[in-house]
Design a protein around this ligand. Structure first.
Ligand SMILES: CC(C)(COP(=O)(O)OP(=O)(O)OC[C@H]1O[C@@H](n2cnc3c(N)ncnc32)[C@H](O)[C@@H]1OP(=O)(O)O)[C@@H](O)C(=O)NCCC(=O)NCCS
Length: 189
């Protein structure tokens, strides 16, 4: 199916906040315990308003209902909701730092229909236009196959510490973003 992601607005936040736990508790269940998922909801899996304000967070809708979300960032944070961040999130220099892919969540009923991939394509187009030459992300074990299928390579696995002494195994992944060849095509005249 073809999906047309649109940019999220601040008044979409309450709908996104409903989608995130639904997506996490259903689609991450094969990989994480309920205790891990519940502890990660909020600090790790939450809305980052900065992405919406930056115009770098996308939504996919069906019949006016949000069924998928995800975005990219020109800022330092690589995961997590903004409520757990102390202070502003500094901007990265595209010449020497990778952009971030952030916070992808698809509704269980709409999984494996290309929504995640369509948002990823929209993100990479914008990342290239913003002159970044590489992208990094921290993938959940549920998210890793999506990114791997789109050319992202695993760099390292590690654990995010959660409340209650729990840990969330994740994978740091990276991809190069070559410049748009159209920009360098010589003028045929
Ligand atoms: C990860 C997630 C966003 C993927 O969204 P999606 O819309 O279902 O993914 P797509 O349909 O676009 O998948 C594109 C490709 O990725 C790969 N892929 C995605 N999910 C997969 C899975 N569960 N198992 C194996 N491959 C998978 C496949 O190659 C797939 O292509 P195919 O369906 O033609 O085989 C979704 O599973 C999700 O919301 N998970 C819970 C929240 C989460 O963990 N988010 C990731 C944060 S890093």
């Amino acid at each position: 199916m073809n999906w047309n992601p649109r940019l999220a607005q601040l008044d979409d936040i309450s709908a996104i906040e409903q989608l995130i736990p639904q997506s996490v508790l259903a689609l991450q269940a094969p990989y994480y315990s309920e205790a891990q998922m519940c502890a990660a909801l909020g600090p790790v899996f939450g809305v980052d308003r900065q992405l919406i304000e930056d115009g770098t967070y996308y939504l996919v809708e069906n019949d006016g209902r949000i069924i998928g979300c995800g975005g990219w960032s020109r800022r330092k944070s690589i995961f997590g909701g903004d409520q757990c961040r102390a202070g502003p999130d500094p901007e990265l220099n595209p010449a020497c730092a990778p952009a971030r892919i952030r916070a992808f969540f698809v509704h269980q009923d709409w999984a494996r229909r290309g929504i995640g991939r369509s948002i990823l394509v929209a993100c990479e187009t914008a990342i290239r236009a913003a002159n970044f030459r590489s992208v990094e992300l921290v993938a959940t074990l549920a998210g890793e196959p999506l990114y791997a299928s789109h050319g992202y390579a695993a760099i390292e696995g590690y654990d995010i510490n959660l409340n209650g002494g729990l840990q969330l195994p994740v994978v740091r992944m990276r991809k190069s973003i070559p410049p748009d060849p159209e920009l360098y095509r010589s003028d045929p005249r």
